[in-house]
Design a protein around this ligand. Structure first.
Ligand SMILES: *Cc1c(COP(=O)(O)O)cnc(C)c1O
Length: 376
């Protein structure tokens, strides 16, 4: 069966602006400022502004944004950082590369977001930061995060890798905490033509420290004041991202419209056991992914469900099939199977449906028809 509805289609996004992107790349070639060049500085400032903060510091990827960002906030060895068990492994890698101690906690079964009650219970004298993940494109409640952080004198560092320009309660992703990490992996809501990431912050001292850390620990050339690394966003990637940034709002709106169409069409299938992950932030949700649960109420199991979709030409994904605490390389952290029942239940039940700007209503209808025939 040929693919009728792909999981994602980046060409739809790039073709209409291809000449603009090519021109932006050409300009970098002509200037030759490939490392820490003009387009990087411009994109850093434009992206930070879009997030509602002053400073943006481009890095090589989202994983580095978390690792270096935490270090720039003064978090490292001996410090505990609280994060959800159901996230992409990069969140956990970021904490470990920062040298800090990750404390995994449970998530809410309906939104799949960090459970702040569970987070509060995990706080110890060593806890320095909360690391909420704005999973699938929806913010963890900024008001509740700030209440918890204030009550225990904690920093908030956001993993906003899936939440470019998402907002909730009047706050934009990246402006909730002291700093935030973004990823520009190609399929993210704002994606490069390769890897890329950024730390955004309102704090000038953190921004300065970040610029040093990403550039060999050198506040000025050939003067190395600390152990840094080489993690910079390429100027060419920044030029591409800067060209794409003005379209991001429209792309997010298109994703939201697709999600609303899915929501409406899937509503009657609730009784058959198909339950979308709950949106608690209205149009502030940027739907990096549209995720449903194939619950126990369904007539078939998830593997059969996905096979049925595939047989009808519809691609789907799972984000993510195994929670962080059960990943084979991380068992030494000491967590056990059964410790986070919601996170483990979600891994078993979730399926991500096709979602991208340019996805047609008729395609969404095809997907839902396929789901109907699968669960009937
Ligand atoms: C993509 C992603 C990252 C990591 O970004 P990279 O650029 O791939 O290193 C971190 N956290 C989450 C939640 C992500 O989705």
């Amino acid at each position: 069966m040929p693919v009728t509805v792909p999981f994602v289609d980046l060409n739809l996004q790039h073709q209409p602006i291809q000449s603009q992107i090519e021109q932006a790349i050409q300009e970098v070639l002509h200037r030759g400022d490939f490392i820490l060049g003009q387009a990087l500085r411009e994109f850093e400032s434009e992206f930070a502004k879009a997030c509602g903060v002053e400073h943006g510091i481009g890095v090589a990827c989202g994983t580095d944004a978390i690792a270096l960002g935490l270090n720039a906030c003064g978090i490292g060895p001996g410090d505990e950082v609280i994060l959800p068990a159901n996230t992409f492994i990069a969140t956990l890698i970021g904490v470990l590369h920062a040298g800090a101690t990750p404390i995994l906690v449970e998530c809410d079964p309906d939104t799949a977001l960090l459970d702040l009650n569970a987070a509060e219970k995990a706080i110890t004298a060593k806890t320095r930061a909360l690391l909420p993940v704005h999973l699938y494109g929806q913010l963890v409640s900024p008001a509740q995060l700030q209440d918890l952080a204030n009550a225990h004198n904690l920093l908030i560092f956001e993993d906003a890798a899936q939440a470019h320009l998402a907002h909730r309660e009047g706050k934009t992703a990246g402006s909730v905490g002291i700093a935030a990490g973004f990823s520009f992996y190609p399929s993210k809501n704002l994606g490069a033509f390769g890897d890329g990431g950024m730390v955004v912050t309102r704090d000038e001292a953190i921004a300065t420290k970040m610029r040093t850390l990403r550039n060999y620990g050198a506040p000025q050339k050939y003067r190395h004041t600390e152990l840094g690394t080489n993690s910079r966003l390429d100027t060419i990637q920044a030029a591409i991202l800067k060209t794409k940034l003005p379209y991001l709002k429209d792309w997010n709106q298109a994703r939201y419209a697709c999600a609303q169409h899915y929501d409406a069409l899937l509503e009657p299938l609730q009784e058959k056991g198909i339950v979308p992950i709950r949106n608690c932030s209205g149009s502030g949700h940027v739907y990096h992914l549209y995720v449903i649960r194939v619950t126990d109420k369904c007539a078939i199991d998830k593997a059969t469900f996905q096979e049925k979709l595939a047989s009808l030409g519809i691609q789907s994904g799972i984000h993510y099939p195994l929670p962080c605490h059960l990943q084979p390389g991380y068992l030494h952290l000491g967590y056990k199977s059964g410790q986070f029942p919601n996170a483990e239940m979600l891994c078993e039940q979730i399926v991500s449906l096709p979602m991208y700007p340019g996805l047609q209503e008729t395609q969404i209808e095809q997907v839902v028809d396929a789901i109907k025939s699968a669960v009937d």
